[in-house]
Design a protein around this ligand. Sequence first.
Ligand code: CAA
Length: 444
Amino acid sequence: MTVGIDGIEVWTGKLRLDLAETFAPAQGENPGKYTKGLGLYASSFPDTYEDIVTMGANAAHRLMDRKGLEPEDIGRIDVATESAFDNSKPVSTYVGGCLEQVYDGDFHHANKGERKFACISGTQSLDDAYNWIQAGRNRGRAGLVIATDTALYARDDPGEATQGAGAVAMLISEDPDLVELSAEQGYGSADETDFLKPQQQFPSVDGKRSVQVYLARMREAIEDYESVVGKIHPDDYVLGPFHTPFPGMVRKAAALAYRHFSRDTEIEVSLAEEIGRQPRREAFDSDEAFREAAAEYTDALTDTDTYQEWYEDVIEPTLKISREVGNWYTGSVHVARVAGMKHALENGQNLTGERMLVGSYGSGAQAEFHAETIQAGWAEEVGAMNVDEQLADRHELSFEKYERVHDAHNHDVESDVDRFTAPEAEFVFDGWGRMGERKYTYVE
Ligand code: CAA
């Protein structure tokens, strides 16, 4: 049985902050840190009537409408988020409630839940839906997976540079139109304290360490994946969507991945004249000396035409949306998948039957790799999305407006900020109920 993603929709927060033009000068920083170092041009923010529920429900609504689905076609709703506002009632119940306002049927027989493991929980929710279908428990119905986050940091935290907000809705089904998920997976998982939110809204982050932990767990996961599928060659995968907290992170990960994949291949041999062979641990007296030589080799490798061509084809396309929206935490790797396929469509590439290597990551920390085989309906699916329109329609924030928006979404600050955009044909946050629940309405 073929099981995978049948369709995807994204929903960006409606506000845009330009990092080089607006944020960097206000912070007294060089714009190059953002555009060249982190690889980010802008961040998406939610307007005052938007939150993880509205963004998730709006993405799901678009997806269900486009696929011609009714609530009875959906057997489960899994929401992945690290921005939840309730320790008991899951976001998926709110999303189901929203969708029931616009459909005749209901989701009373759908299994709903919420997944938490930092940014990797979106991919874990895909696993849950995949396993549910493979186990034959779905009664012919599809699973709705929604990854939704407001990735905000405390003001003046270094992470403020990488903020973002948006949702990705994915439909998981038999005979999918977009991609088949591989049964094979690899994991790299360890108890780490690099990024966490112990009963607090904004994360405590050890930024530099989080970068090292990302690379270490990704490496562990690749090795685990190769122990299942055999050695990977750089040409095996047409695209490599990785979790993208900021594109500069993926630039570091891609260099290490390519070094690993090209070791003991004809690529290493053909590059030997230019940059030498890869250092091997047994040739060094200490780990430190080996690490230094490996880092030097990696720098030289990334300067070669061979590497740069691979990077331009396989990695760069996956970063194009992230550069414009920042980090969407649980949705980030799924945005990278969309970006890569969208770029291929716009460039007349035929991806049918090709494979992608998808690398997910969540702080705390865990990485996962699996493959996805692109299905015949991919071009129609990706062509039906309106990503460019959504990005272009965002309201541009001045720094002063940004400060007010950050306050409006800060649970510890009393603020009364007017909305910046007018909602149309979408779910909006509509105030609080008598038990402290959040309330939502559909605006025509
Ligand atoms: N021109 C070109 N490049 C410049 C530059 C300029 N004028 N100024 C700085 N740079 C480069 C720096 O050299 C650096 O690149 P390298 O790492 O390749 O050297 C890059 O821009 C960033 O500069 P800094 O390291 O000085 O930036 P920083 O100290 O302010 O913080 C950060 C960077 C630690 C990533 C911070 O943004 C942060 O804490 N982010 C949140 C945590 C995070 O995203 N971690 C990623 C892994 S964890 C994860 O993936 C989970 C998740 O989603 C959060």
